[in-house]
Design a protein around this ligand. Structure first.
Ligand code: PEP
Ligand code: MN
Length: 338
């Protein structure tokens, strides 16, 4: 932590700052430049409120934090990169893992048809919402436990794994019974009781980025899960809110290299919620693979026009299969397997 002092700091103020730094358990090293005097503080600086405390002292211009506020999520905690094992699949390894399925589980025929089609095309994990976070309370809210059962049944029939969203800390247990991966949606990315609850399990958790969250805030949300003792966290970029209205959200693909630098956690891209339009999904999927993502989360529906949610961004089985063929061609070029 670097404390930049005001040019007109008095000796008394300076001494008070040095005293406070020591009291806080940091070792002050004073550096006198031509125009500025700064105090470099050596020691654990990742403490809530520390920066603010120092910044409020008389004679202090500003305080610069050198270390990231997260610890377990930081790259240094596992420089080789975390591989999350789900059944016999590894997310964060050489394989580019595709998770696909409907936005919402609607009925048995729909889930079965989708599972069969996406599996045939090369998806390994079946997605589908049973508890849906809908903007309006009057929209379809999902089938609940019945949806979980259908998802499990379809995945088992076609030799797939399951990912589904958990909305409420009280549902973590029941969703864990049926699902291989717990999905935390964008609207819940800073629901701290929910993050703590999934942190208490050892189930893989796919943590979507809040549509309003900086990468640092996102990693701090991941830190909640890791701090609970659950190391199996997968990050999912699904688009953030910007001024642009041509797409549902703005896909922050540059989050991939940024995250690679800052964290060891695997990265998945959801181009469906990011773009909101099925025509834009394949190109963003190709870009994600090329940019180094570890996998994709894609919405697919046998009849998107009849979907109860997110039909406009859902691929048909045929479009999904075409996209997968192209991904298979790109994968070896960037050193990945599908
Ligand atoms: C979903 O995956 O169906 C979903 C609701 O996603 P998000 O939380 O990104 O909106
Ligand atoms: Mn959806």
């Amino acid at each position: 932590m670097i404390i930049v002092l005001k040019p007109d700091i008095t000796d008394k103020e300076f001494e008070a700052v040095v005293k406070k730094v020591k009291e806080l358990g940091l070792e002050p090293k004073v550096l006198q430049g031509e125009f500025l005097k700064v105090i470099a503080c050596v020691g654990e600086e990742r403490r809530e409120g520390l920066k603010e405390t120092l910044e409020s002292l008389y004679g202090v211009e500003k305080v610069l934090q050198v270390m990231y506020p997260y610890r377990l999520a930081a790259k240094e905690a596992n420089p080789k990169g975390t591989k999350v094992k789900v059944g016999d699949i590894v997310i964060g390894g050489e394989e580019f893992v595709v998770m696909a399925g409907p936005c919402s589980v609607e009925n048995e025929e729909q889930v079965m048809k989708t599972a069969e089609g996406v599996k045939k095309a090369g998806a390994k994990i079946l997605r589908g919402g049973a508890f849906k976070p809908r903007t309006s309370p009057y929209s379809f809210q999902g089938l609940g436990e019945e949806g979980l059962k259908l998802l499990r049944k379809a995945a088992d029939k076609f030799g797939m794994l399951v990912i589904t969203e958990v909305l409420d800390p009280r549902d973590v247990e029941i969703v864990s019974e049926y699902s291989d991966i717990l999905q935390i949606g964008t609207r819940n990315a800073q629901n701290f009781p929910l993050l703590r609850e999934v942190g208490n399990t050892r189930k893989p958790v796919l943590l979507k980025r809040g549509m309003y969250m900086t990468i640092e805030e996102w990693l701090l949300a991941a830190e909640y899960i890791l701090a609970g003792g659950n190391p199996n966290v997968i990050l999912c970029e699904r688009g953030i809110r910007t001024f642009e209205t041509a797409t549902r959200n703005t896909l922050d693909l540059s989050a991939i290299p940024v995250l690679r630098e800052k964290t060891h956690l695997p990265i998945v891209i959801d181009p469906s919620h990011a773009t909101g339009k099925r025509n834009y999904v394949p190109s963003m999927a190709y870009a994600a693979l090329a940019a180094g993502a570890d996998g994709l989360l894609i919405e697919v529906h046998p009849e998107p026009d009849k979907a109860l949610s997110d039909g406009a961004q859902s691929l048909t089985l045929e479009l999904f299969s075409n996209m997968m063929e192209n991904l298979k061609k790109i994968a070896p070029v960037v050193g990945r397997k599908i």
